[in-house]
Ligand binder design. Structure first.
Ligand code: SAM
Ligand code: SF4
Ligand code: SF4
Length: 344
């Protein structure tokens, strides 16, 4: 393994996009049953999640992050399933934090297990946390997560994170028509004065199990209008090229929000994201149908150089732009992976 800070290769895909952000699903399992991701009627008590030996081991996760970093990745996002179900996460984060060219390690979590471990995650080298919270209304939140948590538990986790030194907290809110869309302004109002950026996400047609319908999507434009009507907003330029959320600042300057228009305003042109499932499948698109198994070569003795050639070979042939091809809001026929495997 090469630990030196040699400059990453400028690996590009067929549209000239570099590989920069690696989203690693460290666990396929989750303690929530959000109907838009893991509907309870499909993911029941007897659902066949991966046995432990099929998950990438700690060492394999660490080794792969090194290799991706050598190919140009500078940001890691830890996700799942629920990442905090993964044992030894602090140890893995601490090892990733030692990779010289990784400048950002973030995590997306449902917040349920966060409060008691958040200080240790900070100390291990985690930079940023996004907590998913779809509503402040207990009944609505319960519907959105499959009746597995409470608003107060998640709010306490966010406060504990801020107390531990995470001063750049974000909240993800998936907006589903007729379920939580009447509560999005309350969410904005609550976090506006608490230094937490809410990112509203258009409900996406990821996977095949959530029964996605266009009618359930509240468009980014509609989300903007509803919030702007009560808490006036103005657009802000992106922090960096390829930023997923469109940014809007409150006119009083107190805070900002983000809106992720993945359905209505695709952003494939700048997409530098690559994904690794908990089983070691490598995906070059959230909607990708062609995953490549990295676990087998990892376990059959393939060298670091050999693994990098496999990863780079796939990226250099990449032509993914699913969201741009999904025209007129029409779902394209495909058999993509589920969100809980790819982690968003
Ligand atoms: N369990 C963690 C959580 O919920 O934060 C991490 C994994 S979850 C798959 C990552 C993000 O994807 C969450 O913010 C979740 O709300 C979002 N998500 C899941 N299914 C979605 C869908 N169909 N459309 C849009 N966002 C979705
Ligand atoms: Fe679990 Fe996150 Fe999916 Fe909800 S969105 S079921 S918390 S993985
Ligand atoms: Fe990137 Fe695929 Fe999403 Fe387009 S559809 S932004 S290529 S992950």
């Amino acid at each position: 393994m090469n630990n030196s800070a040699s400059p990453p290769l400028t690996l590009r895909d067929k549209f000239g996009r570099p590989m920069r952000d690696l989203r690693i699903s460290v666990m396929d399992k989750c303690n929530f049953r959000c109907p838009y991701c893991m509907p309870a009627e499909i993911f029941g008590a007897d659902y066949d999640f991966l046995p432990n030996h099929q998950l990438l081991s700690d060492d394999e996760l660490i080794r792969l992050a090194h290799l991706f970093a050598e190919l140009g990745v500078t940001k890691l996002r830890i996700t799942g399933g629920e990442p905090l179900i993964r044992p030894n996460l602090e140890k893995i984060i601490a090892a990733w934090a030692e990779i010289p060219t990784i400048d950002d390690i973030a995590m997306t979590t449902n917040g349920y297990f966060l409060k008691p471990v958040v200080q240790r995650l900070k100390d291990a080298g985690l930079h940023r946390i996004t907590v998913s919270l779809d509503s402040l209304d207990e009944t609505v939140f319960s519907t959105m997560n499959g009746a597995k948590s409470s608003v107060s538990r998640v709010l306490e986790a966010i406060e504990a994170s801020q107390a531990a030194g995470f001063d750049n907290m974000k909240v993800n809110c998936v907006v589903k028509r007729g379920v939580n869309d009447h509560t999005i302004v309350d969410l904005a109002r609550y976090f506006k004065s608490r230094n937490v950026i809410v990112r509203y996400i258009e409900y996406m047609d990821v996977g095949n199990l959530n029964g996605w319908r266009l009618d359930d999507v509240v468009t980014a434009e509609d989300i903007f209008k509803r919030i702007d009507a009560e808490l006036p907003l103005e657009p802000v330029p992106p922090n960096y090229r390829g930023e997923v959320a469109n940014r809007y600042r409150y006119l009083d300057g107190e805070n900002e929000i983000g809106i992720v228009a993945s359905v209505t305003k695709p952003f494939c042109g700048d997409c530098t994201r690559v994904r690794l499932s908990a089983a070691g499948e490598y995906y070059t698109c959230l909607f990708g149908t062609n995953q490549l198994d990295l676990r087998t070569p990892l376990r059959d003795g393939t060298s670091d150089q050999g693994l990098k050639e496999i990863i780079a070979g796939v990226w250099s042939q990449r032509v993914d732009r699913y969201s741009e091809l999904r025209t007129s809001f029409t779902r394209l026929p495909r058999k993509g992976a589920e969100m809980y495997r790819l982690g968003g």
